[in-house]
Design a protein around this ligand. Structure first.
Ligand code: ADP
Length: 289
């Protein structure tokens, strides 16, 4: 069965009626997958395609969206299904016509994210399945201690991918210091995990929406740090967040370590100048202990 026939079939099953694609358009802006808007005369859906071997990525994305949706705190596109057909993998999501956020809408996004972060998990830090960050696997074994989780499954894992950190000076000292740097006892929070500006959006009515997550239970500060990594979100977002749940002391120092994870990931995915940025961050973190 062709991938589009399979997708039509799956949408039809969810809708309980025949769904025949009348129109299919490419949607730009994605970094990893091919994205499309498909519709019949009544309804639109958002579809992403990749190679069949990437199906676990879509399975984890659908599960992450579901977890966030079930928290009833901030809007995410509803996942309809995922699967493989004809050498492709696919995910089908609710189509949300996107608009722009004014400062009130950004304030609401901050508040709603803080409310999502209030959702905790009794098993600690991690998640019930692996997922991906960009194209890189992300391991999420349940771990009681946050410092251990972040040292081993976040920074340590990326350094392992970067040939045991051989590109970097002082990486062993850094890994040793992580438990001390992260000894602030955060509660496990449901986090988006990849919250850069490309994954923050608004409906046409200005309702906040977060997209394309790398969900797990972690220190809520990982999301806030990432919003600051590539230029920052508007001030109203931070005001809204702080009004709902102020950040803890020491965030400014931990933020660099949290963002180092993403820069190491960028180095592993794209190479180039990210090596020197990662090196500077390693040294900056080590200066704070
Ligand atoms: P990728 O996984 O390839 O990075 P994204 O999930 O980030 O792709 O989606 C790419 C772009 O498509 C987003 O930046 C956004 O503009 C748009 N988009 C994503 N999800 C939806 C949706 N459910 N409805 C409408 N537009 C969407």
């Amino acid at each position: 069965m062709s991938v589009w026939t399979e997708i039509q079939h799956q949408i039809g099953q969810v809708l309980g009626r025949d769904f025949v694609i009348a129109d299919r358009r490419s949607v730009g802006g994605g970094s990893i997958n091919q994205a499309f808007q498909v519709n019949d005369e009544h309804q639109s859906y958002f579809v992403k395609l990749n190679q069949a071997s990437k199906v676990a990525m879509f399975e984890a994305e659908a599960a992450g969206l579901k977890e966030m949706q079930d928290s009833r705190t901030i809007r995410v596109p509803r996942p309809l299904g995922w699967g493989t057909a004809e050498g492709h993998s696919y995910i089908i999501l609710e189509w949300i016509p996107l608009g722009h956020g004014d400062s009130q809408a950004w304030f609401a996004m901050g508040q709603q994210l803080a409310t999502m972060h209030r959702q905790t998990h009794e098993q600690g830090f991690g998640w019930h399945q692996r997922n991906t960050i960009g194209d890189t696997p992300q391991r999420n074994p349940w771990t009681a201690d946050w410092g251990e989780f972040f040292a081993e499954h976040r920074i340590g894992y990326q350094l392992q991918l970067a040939q045991r950190g051989s590109h970097f000076r002082h990486w062993e000292a850094l890994v040793d210091k992580i438990p001390t740097l992260l000894a602030h006892h955060p509660a496990p929070s449901l986090v988006h995990g990849d919250l850069w500006s490309g994954n923050a959006a608004f409906s046409q009515g200005g309702e906040p929406i977060i997209l394309d997550p790398a969900t797990y239970y972690g220190d809520r500060e990982v999301d806030m740090a990432m919003t600051e990594l590539f230029g920052g979100f508007p001030p109203a977002f931070y005001k809204g967040y702080q009004a709902a749940w102020p950040l803890s002391e020491g965030y400014q120092q931990r933020k660099i370590l949290y963002n180092l994870y993403h820069i190491l990931n960028h180095f592993n995915l794209f190479g180039g100048g990210y090596a020197s940025q990662a090196q500077q961050m390693i040294e900056q973190v080590l200066r704070t202990v």
